[in-house]
Design a protein around this ligand. Structure first.
Ligand SMILES: *Cc1c(COP(=O)(O)O)cnc(C)c1O
Length: 470
């Protein structure tokens, strides 16, 4: 599709709608001189060049890519109106669109009934799920795996709930025996399971945790902020479908359309199969909630103002690429397959070693050095030389503790408490066609000994990674 053409059509469509309300004079205080604006804009676009090329398959660093052009057009058109999905009077059209996309996401996870809404982020979605968890099990703690997103421990502090970190197995999945030991203490009300950890894409055994839900009466929350849309590919034989099917029997799930749902930032979602959880949110507002008898989205959400444009962009995207295996699933498939192929290449690589087999589309690997210190230094070197060379590649780093490292690779010398390894997120379908050049370039960087990097000795000596893990 021709983005410029459709952006123009979006502006026209909104102008046509505006014309229906009759003419008025815009206030001169908003007037901007084109010449002066031209100068500011030139400065602005120059400043914007200081960015990593998220759009290019050379970039496999973090979970970042530009939105789909359909989402861009949908977002722009709605943003020109600027609806606020807090209450129906803030934007009836986008409120309806939000309800429709939420129903589609609930269907994707197999929820027969649901309550849910879009959020600004996965962090906000998880906060809401943990808030509902606290309200339904007052006084009880929340358990999450050691490899879960940092937000869970943090939000437990925000909510004043005791958080408990549960060890992981050698594939980064929650150790359910350790969980059960904790559940026996009767101090836990909710267990957070991750469907696609941010670090390695590991998927907790959600299907096996269902039995513990029965046995100990705990709530199960699934953090599928990154991985959620992979549920569309559960029947492709590329990974174990059982954890994904089990999400339907859990109590809440979070998914981020701004990660694998092709959306610009500002689009997470939280879903509950039990509409009755609305009671935990109930509050009144002297300003809003006058235009409909159904619950307004703001009555079932902790955030107040929320972008109607985010709902519009997702709605238009799902019109073109619905939440089905052939729709959005087909966009996720090439990256998933590329991760499998890359794992094969890494197994026979001279200079790189696969850290663990990828479950989703995140690949973890490290320069083939004999010791953790050597691996850490070489990782820093590949990361930095990759970004600054004339033939750049952008990867990210993941810090792994010695126990997790030596458990997977027992022959390494464990001469440090932890080491950084390389991590690549194949979030773009284009990664599938770019794998060989990417792999070859990284081999070259890992094999080269041209610019040795000093071994970091203290946290302050560590070279910065390009971006913090999201
Ligand atoms: C990205 C991520 C989050 C946080 O979501 P944001 O949208 O970045 O706030 C939470 N959990 C997991 C597993 C994630 O990958």
């Amino acid at each position: 599709m021709d983005l410029q053409y459709w952006l123009g059509r979006a502006v026209e469509a909104v102008d046509e709608w505006r014309d229906g309300f009759g003419p008025f004079t815009s206030h001169p205080v908003n007037h901007v001189d084109d010449e002066r604006f031209g100068v500011a804009f030139a400065d602005f676009t120059r400043r914007l060049q200081d960015n990593y090329p998220f759009f290019h398959p050379r970039y496999v660093g973090q979970m970042v890519k530009p939105p789909h052009p359909v989402a861009v057009v949908g977002y722009l058109a709605a943003m020109l109106v600027n609806p606020n999905n807090h209450a129906r009077e803030g934007g009836p059209a986008t409120t309806d669109m939000e309800r429709e996309v939420i129903a589609q996401l609930a269907g994707m996870f197999g929820f027969p009934d649901h309550l849910g809404h879009l959020t600004t982020s996965g962090t906000m979605g998880n906060l809401e799920a943990l808030f509902v968890a606290r309200e339904s099990h007052p006084g009880a703690g929340i358990a999450y795996s050691a490899d879960s997103h940092f937000t869970h421990a943090r939000m437990c502090r925000v909510l004043g709930v005791q958080g408990h970190s549960v060890p992981v197995d050698l594939q980064g999945r929650m150790d359910l025996d350790a969980l059960e030991t904790l559940l026996r203490t009767e101090r836990i009300g909710t267990v957070v399971l991750t469907a696609g950890t941010t670090g390695t894409g590991a998927v907790d055994p959600i299907h096996e945790a269902l039995a513990l839900k029965e046995r100990y009466g705990v709530r199960l929350h699934v953090d599928a902020a990154y991985g959620g849309f992979f549920t569309l590919l559960a029947d492709h034989g590329l990974f174990d479908p059982r954890p994904w099917k089990a999400i339907a029997s859990c109590d809440s799930v979070v998914v981020d359309p701004h990660k694998h749902g092709l959306q610009p930032y500002g689009c997470g979602a939280v879903l509950f199969p039990d509409p009755g959880v609305a009671r935990h949110y109930l509050h009144d507002s002297p300003y809003t909630y006058f235009t409909a008898s159904d619950l307004h989205l703001g009555e079932i959400s902790l955030e107040c103002s929320r972008s109607g444009a985010a709902a519009a962009a997702l709605w238009l995207t799902l019109r073109m690429l619905p939440a089905t295996p052939d729709g959005l699933g087909s966009v996720l498939l090439p990256g998933l397959q590329a991760a499998r192929r890359w794992a094969v290449l890494l197994r026979t690589s001279r200079h790189l070693t696969l850290f663990q087999p990828p479950e989703l589309d995140i690949v973890t690997y490290f320069p083939s050095e004999p010791s953790l210190t050597g691996i850490d230094a070489a990782t820093a070197r590949v990361l930095n030389e990759g970004m600054t060379s004339a033939d750049p590649v952008y990867v990210s780093a993941l810090r792994v503790d010695d126990r997790a490292f030596l458990g997977r690779h027992p022959r390494l010398m464990g001469d440090a408490r932890s080491a950084r390894i390389l991590r690549s997120v194949l979030i773009k379908p284009e990664s599938g066609n770019y794998l060989e050049p990417l792999h070859n370039r990284l081999e070259e960087l890992a094999g080269g000994r041209s610019k040795p990097c000093p071994v970091p000795s203290s946290p302050s000596d560590r070279r910065p990674v390009p971006m913090p893990a999201l």
